[in-house]
Design a protein around this ligand. Structure first.
Ligand code: FE2
Length: 386
C-alpha cells in the first residue's frame, strides 16, 4: 500500500457511541440530551419478538409514539408517511430500533421532518445546509453500519431503483450498541448481515476513495468479522462474539461512509431492486466474485485483506496472496452456512441482464478499483456467481 505526496481527504465520524451489554438503558438520558419527545421507529418483527415494549416503557413520558410500518426494503413513500406521523405527534427526536431498513427510514424521516416536502426532493449528495432532527440509533443487527454513516439507501418505486442519499447532516448523533439486542437474530440473518459488514470493509479498503483512517478501520473489521462471525452464527447467545460483531459493523460503517464502496454493492442494490434479494445475501454471494474481478487491478490490497483474515494461509506474496483472499472468502461463506450462488437464493438467470444494466447506474460502481467498462463485464461477474 502506498499513498503519494498528493494524498488529501476528509474524514467525518461525528456519532457518539455508547457500547456494552445493558447500554440500551442509557436511552432516556440520551433522548433528554437531544429533545423532549421521541418517536420510536421499528418494525413488526421486533414487536413480535418482544423487543420494543421494554424500550418504549423505558422512555415513559418522553415517548411520543411508535411507528412500525416499515418493510424489508424501505421506500420514499414509507419515509414520507413515517415523517408525517412523527410530525403529527410533535416529536423532536427520532429513535430507530432495528436493522438497516429501519435506520435508513429514520434518517429520511429526520430530513423530511426538518425540511418539509418529500424525500423525493432530496435525492443526491450533500445538498443540506443545516442540522436535521436529532437521531439516536439502536441497531438490532450487526451489519449495515447505518448507525454511524452519512448514507441512507431507499427504494424509489417509481424509478424501480434504490436511491442513495448521502448527507453529512443525516449522520446520527448517538449510536447505542447493546450486544444483548442482537442475540435473538437467527443464524441465517446473522451470517448475511455479517457479510454485509464484511463487504463494506473489503470494498472500502479497495475503493478509489480509500484513505489511511478508513484503511485501519476496514482491516480491523475484516479481522473481527472473520474471527467472531462464525462464533455468533454457531451460538447466538455468545455476547462477546455478538459485541465484537457490532463493533466490526460500526468500524466498517465509519470506513465506508468516508471511503465509499464498489461493484459488490452496486450489484447487491440492483439484485434487491430487480429481484427483491435481501441486501446482505446479495453482497455475501457477490463479494468473492467481485474480489476476483478486481484481482488484476489491486493484488497488493487483496493480499492485505488475506493477511487480516483469520485462518487465511500465511507466507504468500503478490498475486498469490491476493488469490488467497478470494478463496479464503469462498471458504468463509461455507464456514458460516451462507449461500454461495445466486441460483440458490431464488434468482432467475433471465433477470441477470436487467441487474447488470441497473448496476451500471449505481453510485457505488464509480469507486470500484477496476474500471467497469460496460454491462457485459458486469453480466460476466453475475454469471460467475450464478
Ligand atoms: Fe451494505
Amino acid at each position: 500500500m502506498s499513498y503519494g505526496a498528493d494524498l488529501n481527504f476528509n474524514y467525518f465520524a461525528p456519532t457518539r457511541v455508547v457500547f456494552g451489554v445493558g447500554s440500551v438503558s442509557e436511552l432516556p438520558f440520551e433522548v433528554g440530551q437531544l429533545g423532549r419527545k421521541a418517536v420510536l421507529v421499528t418494525d413488526e418483527g421486533l414487536i413480535s419478538a418482544g423487543m420494543v415494549d421494554p424500550v418504549a416503557k423505558m422512555l415513559g413520558a418522553a415517548l411520543a409514539g411508535i411507528y412500525t410500518d416499515i418493510p424489508q426494503d424501505s421506500s420514499m413513500a414509507v419515509v414520507d408517511r413515517a415523517a408525517d406521523y412523527a410530525l403529527s405527534l410533535g416529536a423532536d427526536v427520532v429513535v430507530s430500533l432495528g436493522g438497516g431498513s429501519v435506520m435508513d427510514t429514520a434518517k429520511g424521516m429526520c430530513l423530511v421532518m426538518k425540511e418539509g416536502g418529500s424525500l423525493r426532493d432530496f435525492q443526491g449528495m450533500q445538498m443540506l445546509t443545516r442540522s436535521q432532527t436529532p437521531h439516536i440509533t439502536i441497531p438490532t443487527t450487526a451489519g449495515t453500519g447505518s448507525e454511524v454513516t452519512s448514507a441512507a439507501v431507499v427504494m424509489d418505486r417509481e424509478q424501480g431503483q434504490k436511491i442513495l442519499i448521502y448527507e453529512y447532516f443525516i449522520t446520527p448523533q448517538v449510536a447505542i450498541l447493546d450486544p444483548k439486542l442482537t442475540e435473538k437474530l437467527p443464524p441465517g440473518l446473522t451470517a448475511s448481515t455479517g457479510m454485509d459488514a464484511l463487504s463494506h470493509a473489503v470494498e472500502c479498503y479497495l475503493s478509489l476513495q480509500r484513505n489511511p483512517i478508513s484503511d485501519s478501520a476496514a482491516l480491523h473489521a475484516v479481522r473481527l468479522i472473520t474471527r467472531f462471525l462464525p462464533a455468533a452464527v454457531d451460538n447466538g447467545r455468545d455476547l462477546a462474539a455478538r459485541g465484537q460483531m457490532q463493533l466490526a459493523a460500526l468500524l466498517a460503517g465509519w470506513a465506508f461512509s468516508n471511503a465509499l464502496l464498489g461493484l459488490t454493492h452496486a450489484l447487491a442494490h440492483a439484485l434487491g431492486a430487480v429481484c427483491g434479494l435481501a441486501h446482505g445475501l446479495g453482497n455475501g454471494i457477490l463479494l468473492p466474485q467481485v474480489m476476483r474481478y478486481n484481482l488484476e487491478e489491486v493484488p497488493g490490497l487483496l493480499a492485505d485483506i488475506a493477511a487480516a483474515m483469520e485462518g487465511a494461509p500465511r507466507g504468500l506474496e503478490g498475486r498469490e496472496a491476493g488469490e488467497a483472499a478470494v478463496s479464503g472468502m469462498e471458504d468463509f461463506l461455507k464456514r458460516i452456512g451462507h449461500p454461495t450462488r445466486l441460483r440458490d437464493v431464488g434468482i432467475e438467470e433471465g433477470a441477470l441482464r436487467a441487474c447488470a444494466d441497473l448496476a451500471l447506474s449505481d453510485g457505488s460502481i464509480i469507486y470500484n478499483p477496476r474500471m467497469v467498462a460496460d454491462a457485459e463485464e458486469v453480466l460476466t461477474v453475475l454469471k460467475r456467481a450464478y
